[in-house]
Design a protein around this ligand. Structure first.
Ligand SMILES: Cc1cc2nc3c(=O)[nH]c(=O)nc-3n(C[C@H](O)[C@H](O)[C@H](O)COP(=O)(O)O)c2cc1C
Length: 171
């Protein structure tokens, strides 16, 4: 699909069917994340594919925004791997890195007919604890993915983009 068409068409899916994402499609989605650019190509992303009954129960107990998805990508920044800006202590690229990784996956998913919703409405520390993640890993976002239910529609927030002149300043 033409990129602009895809970017305009995609919307956050908040009602999924039970149909499982096929392994070939999941592999392509993960591949899109694998090849995303990252700061200094450090690739600090770690992606947990939550599909087991136990993992889905755990994530649903910690987040109200899973929307019935049978696959949830838990996208984590490995703080030991992220690029650290030598010009400013405390500034690092990890959250930017995993965000572009997630964006690649979200758009590839749509290309394959798979919906998703970017979710950060959860407690990262509680989720980290629930999955017993190592100290260096921070959970940045969740991406529930799957087939959109026939009743799924874009929310009122979709397409409410600011005007160009409000967003862009040419200096
Ligand atoms: C950083 C970020 C965090 C988000 N967190 C949530 C969330 O926790 N729950 C949710 O339902 N949608 C969440 N969304 C989806 C946005 O609400 C949605 O992308 C936005 O309203 C535009 O709608 P659209 O994606 O349908 O075009 C998030 C999106 C982003 C980029």
């Amino acid at each position: 699909m033409n990129f602009m068409k895809l970017a305009k068409e995609r919307y956050s899916v908040r009602k999924f069917t039970d149909k499982k994402v096929e392994q070939e499609k999941l592999d392509l989605i993960l591949e899109a994340g694998r090849i995303a650019p990252t700061g200094a190509n450090n690739q600090p992303q770690k992606i947990y594919v939550l599909q087991s009954k136990e993992a889905l129960a755990k994530i649903n107990a910690n987040c109200k925004c899973i929307f019935g998805a049978q696959t949830v990508l838990m996208i984590v920044n490995d703080r030991d791997r992220e690029w650290k800006n030598p010009l400013e202590p405390g500034v690092s690229a990890g959250v930017e890195d995993v965000s572009i990784v997630a964006a690649h996956m979200m758009l590839e998913a749509w290309e394959l007919g798979i919906g998703s919703c970017w979710v950060n409405f959860f407690s990262p520390s509680a989720v980290k604890k629930a999955f017993d993640l190592p100290q260096n890993e921070e959970v940045v976002l969740l991406l529930p993915i799957g087939y959109a239910d026939k009743l799924s529609r874009p929310s009122a927030m979709h397409k409410k983009s600011r005007e160009m002149e409000d967003m862009v300043t040419v200096l």
